[in-house]
Design a binder for this molecule. Structure first.
Ligand SMILES: [Zn+2]
Length: 83
């Protein structure tokens, strides 16, 4: 069961999450498809908004605490599933 979840979340790319700046913080997005400008997407923490093309300065925003926590969990699950 756990393994299935990991496969869905991680895809075959090896990517755990996509990071995107949104509303002053960097949020994590599910890796099933890349976040694109103009799309309304929900981050792992539940924050959702229309995505904009981030500027260089936007990338310096602090990491969303909840997204950071969830991304670490996903990475841990992934590492545990791969011997
Ligand atoms: Zn977030």
């Amino acid at each position: 069961m756990e393994r299935e979840v990991i496969v869905v979340l991680g895809g075959s790319s090896g990517l755990v999450v996509y990071w995107r700046p949104m509303r002053g913080e960097r949020h994590a997005f599910s890796p099933d498809r890349p976040p694109r400008e103009g799309e309304v997407r929900s981050a792992l923490c539940g924050t959702s908004d229309e995505l904009v093309e981030p500027s260089d300065v936007d990338w310096l925003d602090p990491t969303c605490e909840e997204c950071g926590r969830q991304a670490r969990n996903l990475l841990e699950l992934r590492q545990r599933a791969r011997p």
